[in-house]
Ligand binder design. Structure first.
Ligand code: NAP
Length: 307
């Protein structure tokens, strides 16, 4: 019988988790936690050096690189060919990687810095409207890059790996509460990320029927701001202060932490609860608990984030 020290007795022993965006933030926290729980980890990053750095932290045992730029399908293909040639077959996919905000960040910070220096006034309202219009133009002109990294690349990855996932394999994605407001309420700076992520979710929802006979399941975790990530800190320090005091306090009360996000995701990996044949949506707001719905008032405050 397996003893407590026996690695094969660990809860994720025998699973091989392919994790995109595993070099930093939530993805890094996740792979370190799941490796300790016995999983083999495929570390997804654009950088071979980052993959090697993560592997070092795992003692270079039960860890494999997936060096791919999700914005470039040929890079995804080459990395998956290399993985297959190494004999590594993922049992589950956890897709953290996200891109598309990079060209927006500098103008966003410039605009928010100016606005935070202004007292409420008509001039500030005008500056806010001009800032929003500038961001809308910028987001529209760079949307193709967001679509490539958040839709085309991940779709390519899932199209190739999904059919080979074993019975009971899981796919877990991450979305923001703003992803669900792509039509209305999504801040201007987040539009292309929201659109591209939503498109991937729609595609996967349809695709899951084809994989249902093998009990492969998919879940999207719709998280509020993850306050200790670099994106979370940027939102908290630069954008939240532009809201009214009351809204700021309600908005911040709904934040989650990386630790809570990983605890929730570990729960999903250990106790799958999604039905086969469709993408299940769960929400994470203010705690490590996952819920099937989000309170309307939480959504309403998030939709009042300016810019
Ligand atoms: N942070 C939040 O407040 C928040 C809230 C709700 C939902 N989410 C979602 O949760 C997930 C994780 O968030 P996060 O803030 O920890 O992530 P992040 O820092 O925004 O990005 C995670 C990773 O994405 C990878 N990445 C970026 N562009 C890529 C590309 N072209 N190809 C391959 N990988 C690429 C980067 O890896 P390399 O640089 O190593 O390639 C990076 O480590 C994301 O899907 C995000 O949308 C985040």
């Amino acid at each position: 019988m397996a003893s407590a020290r026996d690695p094969s007795a660990l809860p994720l022993a025998g699973r091989t988790l392919l994790v995109t965006g595993a070099s930093s933030g939530t993805g890094l926290a996740g792979v370190l936690a799941w490796h300790k729980l016995g999983a083999d980890i495929v570390v997804g990053s654009r950088s071979a050096a980052s993959c090697a750095g993560v592997a070092d932290r795992m003692g270079n045992v039960k860890v494999h690189p997936l060096v791919a730029d999700l914005g470039d399908p040929s890079s995804v293909d080459a990395a998956l060919d290399h993985l297959r040639a190494s004999g590594v077959a993922p049992t589950d996919i956890v897709h953290f990687a996200a891109g598309g905000l990079e060209p927006i960040l500098r103008p966003l910070l410039r605009i928010t810095a100016g606005l935070r220096r202004m007292a409420p006034s008509e001039a500030r309202d005008r500056a806010l409207a001009e800032g929003r219009a500038e961001l809308e133009r910028l987001v529209a002109s760079t949307a193709a890059a967001g679509m490539a990294v958040n839709y085309d690349g991940p779709r390519r990855l899932l199209e190739r790996l999904g059919p080979a996932l074993p019975r009971g394999g899981q796919i877990i994605l991450f979305a923001s509460v703003w992803s669900e407001m792509a039509g209305a309420g999504c801040p201007a700076f987040y539009h292309s990320v929201a659109d591209s992520k939503t498109r991937l979710e729609r595609w996967l929802d349809t695709q899951m029927l084809a994989w249902a006979s093998r009990d492969v399941t998919a879940t999207v975790v719709v998280a509020h701001v993850i306050s200790d990530t670099s994106t979370g800190k940027l939102i908290d320090r630069n954008i939240a202060p532009l809201m009214s005091a009351q809204d700021q306090s309600e908005f911040r009360a709904a934040y989650v932490t990386t630790e809570q996000t990983i605890a929730a995701t570990s729960g999903l990996l250990l106790r799958p609860a999604s039905p086969a044949g469709m993408l299940r949506r769960v929400y994470q707001v203010g705690s490590d608990e996952l819920t099937d719905a989000i309170a309307p008032e939480v959504r309403a405050v998030a939709s009042r984030v300016p810019l």
